[in-house]
Design a protein around this ligand. Structure first.
Ligand SMILES: [Zn+2]
Length: 394
């Protein structure tokens, strides 16, 4: 759904705009817009620092751009207090229903909590940035993790997101939105813009800033925004990383944290460590927590605040990525409602209901290949929804 967020302009907005807009570079010429969202989690300031570095170099070396680069700070109150969030995770409240209510609340200025106030103001800025843009829009959401990590990119699995994310010399994780509701990336994606998340490393690791800086420069270059050459120190890093592996993974499992379960990761796990089915990697009030299937661990929780204990991901072979792109380009998904056990949901073409008693094997994998995400499980039925704007902008 394309949201009309005009109401935010008339609302009583909080007065923190000066810090919200962390800077921009470019001019009025038609060209792409690259928007960086920095610190939507308040204990992750790396993106802000990287953005300032990029901005300083752009100005100092007088780089030429078409379109512009703009940076928005995420959770300002939480950034000040150096905590992930104040009342709730600002990166889990971007559902259509929630946004509609927050926009209503913004008219009176009576917000229900700190994060809703932050969200209203970010929405206002997004509306302004998107409406003024004179070309394609690219959004990068800059994060870090509580565990030690090599940098990786997370995307909603559209071909357009994949192609753009491939320009970064990092590992890629597809389909995390199937497990996380209400992320800002999904919201922006649904509007039809290309959107990628960059998890650059551990919160306090100085290299996290370096990788975020590299990500911003490469996004500037590959979006067509940057007209001059990359700065010398960035070119050096690109060369250094030219031969690193850029494996692609899909998310298979999320350990959701329940209230008062006293979840505790066993020490020593870092992102993309191999784990085996049955391996004990954490504990809670009920005892040991085992890994449900072979794979690699992602984002094990080594901080107090958070709703995800860990994720399990699995590598996708390049061949399957190629097959998936080809199948989607041929529109194979249109044949699905004619297969046994599959029917359109409430007459909608982009949502399909699958009876797993009839369609039994590799159902989720097959639907992923064709560009669908699993929405919900309803008894023996699974509801899949096809991702919008897979190949083309709206
Ligand atoms: Zn984060």
């Amino acid at each position: 759904m394309k949201l009309n967020i005009n109401t935010a302009s008339k609302a009583n907005l909080p007065t923190t705009s000066a810090q919200r807009n962390i800077g921009s570079y470019g001019d009025d010429t038609a060209g792409p817009t690259l928007l960086c969202i920095c610190g939507i989690h308040g204990n992750e300031p790396s993106g802000l620092q990287a953005f300032h570095r990029v901005l300083a170099t752009l100005k100092e070396e007088e780089h030429e751009v078409r379109g512009h680069l703009v940076g928005l700070a995420g959770n300002l109150k939480a950034l000040k207090q150096k905590v992930r969030f104040i009342h709730e995770d600002l990166n889990r409240i971007w559902s259509v229903a929630r946004i509609t209510r927050v926009l209503e609340d913004s008219v009176s200025g009576n917000f229900q909590n700190a994060e809703e106030e932050e969200q209203a103001e970010i929405l206002h800025h997004l509306e302004e940035i998107f409406s003024q843009s004179k070309g394609p829009i690219y959004v990068m959401d800059l994060h870090t993790t509580s565990s030690v990590s090599q940098p990786f990119v997370t995307i909603n699995d559209t071909i357009r997101n994949r192609e753009f994310a491939k320009n970064l010399p990092f590992l890629m994780v597809l389909g995390i939105e199937e497990f996380l509701d209400g992320t800002v990336l999904s919201y922006v994606n649904e509007l039809g813009h290309i959107a990628i998340g960059v998890e650059s490393g551990q919160h306090q690791d100085p290299y996290s800033i370096v990788w975020h800086e590299l990500a911003i420069w490469l996004a500037l270059a590959h979006s067509g925004c940057l007209q001059s050459e990359l700065p010398h120190h960035i070119k050096e890093k690109v060369q250094l990383l030219a031969t690193t592996e850029k494996n692609v993974f899909e998310v298979r499992h999320r350990k959701e944290l329940l209230k008062n379960e006293q979840f505790e990761m066993n020490p020593g796990y870092t992102n993309f460590d191999n784990v085996k089915k049955g391996q004990v990697i954490a504990k809670n009030v009920h005892g040991n927590i085992q890994v449900p299937e072979d794979g690699q661990i992602l984002m094990p929780l080594y901080q107090k605040l958070g709703e995800d204990g860990f994720f399990i991901v699995r590598q996708i072979k390049p061949l399957w990525l190629g097959i998936s792109k080809w199948l989607r380009s041929k529109g194979v998904h249109r044949l699905l409602p004619y297969l046994p056990g599959i029917r359109k949901y409430q007459g909608q073409g982009h949502e399909l209901l699958v009876n797993t008693k009839i369609a039994k094997y590799y159902v989720i994998e097959f639907f992923h290949l064709l560009g669908f995400r699993k929405k919900t499980q309803m008894g023996r039925h699974i509801l899949f929804s096809r991702r919008k704007y897979d190949f083309e902008a709206p």
